[in-house]
Design a protein around this ligand. Structure first.
Ligand code: ADP
Ligand code: ADP
Ligand code: ZN
Length: 213
């Protein structure tokens, strides 16, 4: 069993790496952002509550987010371990998580601001399956159409420039302190997220001590 957290600025490549890590480690990928986006698409009460907050690049409140993750981790598939992507994002979330789950490792995807902006600026996402593309680095074969499922490939509202600035600010103020929080607990492993995806996957495997196949 392995309970993993993916930490890093928005646009570092956490979702992209999580999709690859699912195949390597056979663990479920749990992304709070993806859960919120499907709630918004379904216009559920949760979706209606969080849409404006997320579009503005702010954080959903801790109580709502913690409850959501607590329920998700209680599901059967998460019993064998999980990859938690995008949670915790605040110290109170990390403290709450410690009360209901044991964290084995925190993978810190490290990327400077300038490539972060380049990645967020070109990000395209499949509305149906959530697959991440990039307009320049990894475009779908047919523009606007997902290779994997045929779904519509779109630009997230929170990837527009004003929201991106806000998200980077929120990351610096509220999420980056988690790096020290987990380093002090001896759980942090750093992964250089700057090279191409296959290379980052290699860095990730080395950092976790997963044997190269
Ligand atoms: P990113 O590309 O920034 O990693 P995510 O898909 O992880 O984006 O999250 C999208 C948005 O969902 C965040 O900007 C925030 O508004 C909300 N969100 C996701 N996870 C959390 C969390 N743990 N706490 C509060 N808000 C969250
Ligand atoms: P996060 O989940 O950390 O917000 P994503 O996985 O959504 O980040 O990646 C952000 C954007 O950068 C996406 O468009 C993705 O295709 C692209 N991307 C991810 N990893 C890399 C990489 N190593 N090199 C270039 N582009 C990347
Ligand atoms: Zn798709």
């Amino acid at each position: 069993m392995m309970n993993l957290i993916f930490l890093g600025p928005p646009g570092a490549g956490k979702g992209t790496l999580a999709a690859r890590a699912v195949d390597i480690l056979k663990l479920p990928h749990i992304s709070t952002g993806a859960i919120f986006r499907s709630a918004i698409a379904a216009k559920s009460p949760l979706g209606l509550k969080v849409k404006a907050i997320i579009d503005a690049g702010k954080l959903v409140d801790d109580a709502t987010t913690i409850e959501l993750v607590k329920e998700r981790l209680a599901q059967d598939d998460a019993k064998k371990g999980y990859i938690l992507d995008g949670f915790p994002r605040t110290i109170p979330q990390a403290e709450a998580l410690a009360g209901f789950s044991k964290v084995d490792k925190v993978v810190n995807f490290d990327l400077p601001d300038s490539p972060v902006l380049e990645r967020l600026g070109g990000r395209r996402v499949c509305r149906k399956c959530g697959f991440n593309y990039h307009a320049l680095f990894n475009p779908p074969k047919k523009e606007g159409v997902c290779d994997a499922c045929g779904g519509e490939v779109y630009i997230r509202d929170d990837d527009k420039p004003e929201a991106v600035q806000k998200r980077l600010e929120v990351y610096r103020d509220q999420t980056a302190p988690l790096i020290d929080f987990y380093r002090k607990k001896g759980l942090l492993v750093d992964v250089d997220a700057s090279p191409e995806v296959d290379k980052v996957v290699g860095n990730f495997k080395i950092a976790l001590g997963v044997r190269q196949i």
